[in-house]
Each structure stands twice: as C-alpha cells, then as structure tokens.
Design a binder for this molecule. Structure first.
Ligand code: FAD
Length: 648
C-alpha cells in the first residue's frame, strides 16, 4: 500500500534540471517530491543564456511569453579585434542564429527568473512546490524490487534531513547570503525574504524523514550527492582557465554594448559581452590559465575590482565605467562528464550532475533542462503503465551523446577564447579562423541541431527520405500552416504541447486527387480500427486522442476542401457533448490575416505535395519515424515494440 511518504519520483536538487523534471511530472500528475538543500532559489547571476530550443520547450509548457518579454534578445554577434592603429576594430557582424533556425529568439535572462517561471508553472499544473532546506543523507535500492513495476513497488528508499538555517543558506562569491536583491522582481520577493525569515522556516531542522520512491533523480549539480552514491565521478579535463563573471550596469562609449560581442585585445586577453535584462551587461573575462606545471590559480587575488580592471584594459581605447555590480563570481571548470547516468534505470542523473564545462557558450542551463525534458515523459509513461520500462534505456543513450558533443564543442570554444587563442591541437588562431569558428557553431548553440541516433524510440532513417527536413531523432522543425475550420494561422509545433501525447502528423498531400483521397481514407480506416495504434494504446474510457493525437495537413488551398469531407477519426467528436475537434485539420496555405505569408511547410520539409507522408512525433517533439501513407501500418508496429496495449 502506498503511504503519504511514497512517491513515484523523488528529485534531489531544484536547479534548472530538477525544476524542468518536476514541471513535466506536475503536468502529467505523477506523484513527485522535489527537495533542495538551499533555503532559497537562485536570485541573481549564474547561467543566463536561453537557447531557441529551450524557448520552444517553454512554449509547450505555456510560459514562453514571460521569457520573451523579460529577457534581452540576442539578434546579432560582433567580433572586435586589434586594429593596426593600436585600437580595436569591429571585424564581423553576423546574425546570432541563421534566419529560420527557430520561431523563437535567443534570449538572455538570469537563471533566477527561469527558475521562477518553472516554479510558477509547476504550481499552476498541480500545486507542486519545492521542499527547501532538505537534503538526503542515505539512499538504498532494493535489488529484489528492481524489475517489479507493480503499483505497490518502491525500490528506492531515501533518508532526508531537514537542515538548519546555517546549513541551508547559500553563500556565493561577492554576495552576502546569496540574497543580493537589486535585480529581484516583486514576484521573487517572497523567495528573497524566505532565506532571512526569523523562526518557522526551520522548525523541522535536524529532523529526519524516510521516503520511498519508484525512481530517484539526482539533479543536484556538479558536486552531486546522488552521483557519489552511485559510485560515479566526473571524468575528463580539469579546469585550465579561470573566468571572472560580472553582471553590471555600465556607462561606455563601446558601440556594441547591447549586442553579444567578443573582444580580443592587443595583449590583455579577451572578453565576451552579453547584453542582459534591466540594462545589465554580463562580462566573461579570462583571469588566468594553468601554468605548464599544472599549478592551481591564486583565486584569492581576484576581486570584482580586478575583474573590472582587466575588462577596462581589454576595452581600451573605449571607456568602461562600471556604475553598479549586480553579481559576480569566479568560474573555474574543465570539460568533465560521468560515463553513466543511471543505476539500473531506477536512479538517474540530470544536468550538471553528469556534465560540466565552461559557461561561455551559455549551454549548461539549457542542456540541463533538456536532459530532464528527455527523461520526464519517459518516466511518466512507465509510471502510468503506457510503455515498457525498457524505454528508460534511451535516456542514457540520448543524453550521454549530447553531453559528449557539448564537451567537445566547449573544449574548442574555450581554446578559441583563451588569452592567446589556440586551436584544439595547440596552434595559434588567426582572426579569420576565429570568425569562421564562431559562424560554424550557431546552429549547435541554438539547441536545435541535437540529433539522437536510432534507438527504441527513434526508428532508423528510411530511403528514399520522404521528409528530408525532418530527420529521425531531431526536434520537429516547425513552419506555419492555417486551420481549415477557422482560418487561424498557426506554427504547426505550437500544437505540440507538452502534455505527454504522441503526435501523428498526416501530411495528406493533394486530397483533391481521387487516388490520394483513397489513400487518406484507407489510412484513416486503419487508425480507426481496433488493430490500429489509437485504439490499441488508448484506455477504453479515455478520449481517442489522449495518447496519440492525429493532426492532418493537406497541401491544397484551404478553401478547396470542406472539413466535413474528412473521415471522423481525423477530427473526432469530443466528450461530453460530441462537438468536433476542429483543431486537427490544417492546410499549407496563407490565412486571410496573413495573405502574403504562406508557410510552405511541404516545400521547407521537402515533402512531396501530391503524395505527402506520415510523421510520428514523440511527446518531447522529437521525430520518431517518417513513412508513406501506404505504410501507415508501420506506425503501429513501431509503437508496439514498447507501448503497452490498453485494450484487448
Ligand atoms: P544546479 O543549477 O547546480 O542546481 C543544483 C541544485 O541542487 C541546487 O539548487 C542545489 O542547491 C541543489 N543541491 C545540490 N546538492 C544537494 C543535496 N545534496 N541535496 C539537496 N539539494 C542539493 N552557467 C552559465 O551558462 N553561465 C554562468 O555564468 C554561470 N555561472 C555559474 C556560477 C555559479 C556559481 C554556478 C554554481 C553555476 C554557474 N553556471 C553558469 C552553471 C549553470 O548555473 C548550471 O549549468 C545550471 O544551473 C545547471 O543546472 P542544474 O539544475 O543541473 O544544476
């Protein structure tokens, strides 16, 4: 029997990785407990870059608008290099992302605000909050229960201790108590106050509680306690350079202070400038490198003043007057990762707990959240009995590959940004090479190029490719379409909400052609049949679109086909009144409100406008399988490898 201290999932750590996982689980109503040893969330500083891909995911959870409105937008990058006259010259301007990379921009906003949005969304979905000032002291896994996925089986037991105020109050370099509040907005005030609240908050200090869980996830940062319990450590290059990071309000005559800019000086090192919200600017300043004998840096000599002085030397002849320092830190990390992310698919690691690297490319927070975005729905599918536990294997396969690529990318980037830039094989870098490298990293840095290899949840690519713009294992590339019923323009991926459902997109082609029309009707008949995947994997009492939602996109003009002409299963009646699902039918056409703006989704994705294709999309928006309408039976065969039939 489940008791009040039994959970489906216990998450240790409420940073970006832990909160993204908690959000998924809150959205899918999975019994979850999330604890953090700190009494208060991050309020200032730390990570700040939010990639386009992270905004796509934020959209799917409903909070993207907050990011767009509060964040600074990174649209252009500039490179400054030493000029012949001894000054600096702008040698390159380029778009931050190639046009068309994503329907969302790259924004910059303090980690504390991202955590705020995640916390608010969790609370809105099912009231889930973080148990703060709580840390685990012991974890055991019962080997006899590892393969027991019955509802009453809880193989992992955690002992948790409630911490005192001293233990739970974070200390950060340069910020007393981590409660620096100049950039704190009103909805963060309660968090800011929490850490200093007298009495009450630590009433349970010193007490222990025991909880049981089906799954435990260590999202507890680079010094992960959970990782240590698994006997794993981070392997790879240890730190080779020390960076000063400073968020400040400045007065300057440097013209690109509101653009992301890299500045290489004549001999004083290099700096990365990142415009931030609320008139802040972030500076990443290299403060030192390991000497050839591997001596450690003398961190004690570095202060905000010395970071400012170095920045001012790099910026000469431009003036840099620092008026207000919001946050600063020293950041010293190499490229390191754990070789494994799980113990028996019952305990997992996510985020910095299994990969750390330098902060310059703004990848840490994004990759950490994307780890959890990959994990959350898989755990939920298993807990809900929708899928076999075997799907959990794919988490490590997919995310370890991303972590390896991230470390490789960061290794090259770090050397490019070193005081005297060098390539990864140690040769000096010319300015031309520096520019070229910067141009080449854009797509990867946007998060949209992540590609998973074939696994249980990603079918091997088929030839000929029926949708070359939708490679298996990559996120669905969105383009605009128009709804048949109400002429509303949509980005197709706006319909892929993170609600745990699979999407089956029928690119039905030209359905005015009788032959194509027949194919669509046959495909619909299969989907409506008892042998089809909709009825097989959907519980009898649930809506037919509650596990797999079918969306149809025709290549014909919007007004050339009436919705009534489509088979019922493509726009099924909804409970309780039997009203039709008008939001399932689309055309590759412009809308009356955007007459000159046709999305041309068929053309962009390389899909034949006559014959179309079928695309199966996972709950995390990753393309699982593309096949022809004739082969739609392959969708059922693919899903039956891991989905659990709900009906006989
Ligand atoms: P974290 O954000 O580290 O979150 C881990 C959480 O787990 C924390 O809330 C912690 O309190 C909690 N925790 C840890 N141990 C336990 C335990 N035993 N029990 C309970 N809770 C526990 N990235 C950039 O891109 N740019 C930057 O300038 C930058 N600066 C940084 C400065 C600092 C001081 C730090 C610490 C990180 C910085 N980062 C920066 C990295 C970025 O913050 C991380 O990549 C990102 O936050 C990773 O998210 P995460 O959730 O995996 O880990």
């Amino acid at each position: 029997m489940a008791s009040s201290s039994d959970y489906d999932v216990v998450i240790v750590g409420a940073g970006p990785a832990g909160l993204m996982l908690a959000l998924w689980l809150a959205r899918l109503k999975i019994r979850t407990k999330i604890v953090d040893k700190r009494s208060v969330k991050v309020l200032a500083g730390q990570a700040d870059g939010v990639q386009c891909r992270t905004l796509e995911v934020a959209h799917s959870f409903g909070f993207v608008q907050r990011l767009i409105e509060e964040g600074a937008h990174i649209n252009e990058i500039c490179n400054w290099t030493p000029a012949a006259d001894g000054g600096l010259e702008r040698t390159k301007r380029m778009p931050d992302n190639e046009p068309g990379t994503s329907r969302f921009p790259h924004v910059v906003l303090t980690q504390g605000r991202i955590e705020r949005f995640l916390l608010d969304a969790m609370r809105d979905f099912n009231g889930l909050g973080v148990d703060r000032a709580v840390a685990p002291t012991n974890m055991t896994v019962d080997p006899a229960l590892l393969t027991d996925f019955s509802p009453s089986s809880y193989p992992v037991t955690l002992k948790l201790r409630h911490l005192s105020e001293d233990e739970a109050t974070p200390t950060q370099v340069g910020i007393a108590n981590g409660l620096h509040r100049s950039n704190v907005l009103s909805d963060d005030e309660a968090d800011a106050m929490h850490g200093t609240r007298e009495g009450g908050a630590y009433a349970l200090a010193g007490e222990e509680e025991t909880v049981r869980a089906k799954f435990v996830v260590g999202a507890d940062g680079a010094r992960s306690w959970v990782r240590k319990q698994l006997g794993l450590s981070l392997e790879g290059e240890s730190a080779n350079s020390l960076w000063g990071v400073l968020d400040a309000v400045v007065v300057t005559d440097f013209p690109d202070i509101r653009l992301k800019s890299s500045v290489q000086s004549h001999g004083a090192g290099s700096i990365l400038v990142v415009p931030r919200e609320n008139d802040l600017v972030r500076f990443y300043v290299q403060m030192g490198s390991t000497d050839p004998n591997g001596e450690r840096f003398d961190r004690s000599s570095i202060s905000p003043e010395s970071i400012v002085e170095t920045a001012q030397r790099i910026f000469q002849p431009f003036k840099l007057d620092i008026k207000h320092i919001d946050w600063w830190t020293l950041y010293e990390v190499g490229q390191r990762m754990s070789p494994q992310v799980t113990l028996d698919n019952r305990v997992f690691l996510a985020g910095d707990a299994f990969h750390t690297h330098s902060p310059k490319a703004g990848q840490g927070m994004n990759t950490s959240m994307m780890d959890s975005f990959s994990l959350g729905w898989k755990i939920a599918h298993v807990v809900q009995g929708k899928a076999s536990p075997a799907i959990l294997e794919t988490y490590g396969l997919e995310r370890l590959k991303v972590a390896r690529e991230l470390l490789d990318f960061d290794y090259k980037l770090s050397r490019m940004f070193a005081g005297k830039p060098i390539t990864s094989d140690g040769k000096p870098v010319s300015h031309e090479e520096f520019k070229k490298f910067y141009e080449s990293i854009g797509k990867w840095a946007s998060g949209t190029a992540v590609a998973y290899l074939p696994n249980m949840l990603v079918a091997p690519e088929r030839e000929p490719r029926l949708a070359p713009g939708l490679p298996h294992g990559q996120r669905f590339e969105s383009h605009a379409v128009v709804a048949l019923a109400d002429a509303r323009p949509w980005h197709l991926a706006d319909r892929f909400l993170s609600d745990g459902r699979w999407r089956l997109v029928l690119f039905a082609g030209d359905v005015r052609e009788p032959q194509q029309r027949d194919k669509l009707e046959q495909a619909a008949a299969y989907l409506d049949s008892s042998a089809g995947p909709l009825r097989t994997f959907t519980p009898a009492d649930d809506d037919l679109d509650s596990v797999i939602e079918v969306l149809t996109v025709i290549s014909d003009p919007r007004t050339s086909v009436e919705p009534n002409a489509f088979p019922d299963v493509l726009w099924p009646p909804k409970k309780p009144y039997g009203s039709r699902s008008y939001d399932k039918l689309y055309a590759d056409d412009s809308s009356p409100v955007t007459p000159n703006d046709r999305g041309e989704i068929y053309k962009h994705l390389g899909i034949d406008a006559k014959t179309g294709c079928v695309v199966l999309v996972r709950p995390d928006q990753v393309v699982a399988l593309v096949c022809s309408l004739d082969d739609i039976g392959d969708i059922g065969s693919f899903l039956s490898q891991f989905m659990v039939p709900q009906q006989q």
